[in-house]
Write a protein that binds this ligand. Structure first.
Ligand code: SF4
Length: 219
């Protein structure tokens, strides 16, 4: 069986065919990329085209021997859809497009995506960036989240979905984009050095102690 993460593919329920999941930074698509996706979808007669929860597009139904050629045809890198790493940076349109935006979520999200997408960590790790308190990027269930408010970014940590969901907690408020990026670096580095395999950040913080964790990151 293929190593799914390296190939940027996901084995399907039939245990024979694969979905491919290209990296779509910020969930922003170009006309050219959509054109290519359609050409590939037609050429290989895919079974389905699915929008994923991480704002990616999955093409479903490739044979193993087709995969290398498919990536060549698309000319883009795979998304980190599997494995113990930063899987996704989910970002709302923020002040660039949304009338309710308070902060530039696309700008912060682009920087986070550039720095951390696919980075190896003790377990899967999701980031969200919302331009206002409506939280369309669902930072409340992300390991690391940023919410835009009039005075700057609120940073949250420790959220996750899944079988044992956790709501994120507020770590810091009123940060500039530069300060928010510094906090992100501290959280990710600390988790990388001290986290345990399979323990999501929120569970890790529960064991480590909330006060202690805040002190380590904010000191
Ligand atoms: S979180 Fe706020 S800024 Fe972002 S899309 Fe939703 S309403 Fe708009």
């Amino acid at each position: 069986m293929l190593k799914d993460r390296e190939k940027g593919v996901v084995l399907q329920r039939d245990k024979k065919t694969y979905a491919i999941v290209p990296h779509v930074p910020l969930g922003l698509l170009t006309v050219d990329f959509l054109q290519k996706l359609l050409e590939v979808a037609k050429k290989y007669e895919v079974k389905a085209i699915k929008i994923t929860s991480a704002n990616r597009i999955a093409l479903i139904g490739f044979k193993e021997e087709e995969l290398d050629e498919v990536w060549e045809d698309l000319g883009v890198v795979p998304g980190a859809a599997k494995g113990l790493c930063v899987r996704s940076v989910k970002v709302c349109p923020g002040i660039t497009f949304c009338r309710l935006g308070q902060q530039d979520s696309l700008n912060l999200g682009a920087e986070l995506d550039k720095r951390y997408h696919g980075k190896d960590l003790p377990t899967k790790f999701k980031i969200g960036v919302s331009g206002c308190v409506n939280d369309c990027a669902e930072t409340c269930i992300k390991d690391l989240g940023f919410i835009g408010k009039p005075k700057g970014w609120t940073v949250t940590v420790g959220g996750c979905g899944g079988a044992r969901p956790l709501l994120a907690r507020v770590l810091a408020r009123n940060l500039s984009t530069e300060e928010a990026l510094k906090i992100a670096e501290k959280v990710i580095n600390f988790y990388e050095e001290n986290g345990k395999k399979g323990l999501r950040l929120g569970r890790f913080i529960e064991k480590f102690g909330w006060e202690e964790f805040c002190k380590k990151i904010l000191e």
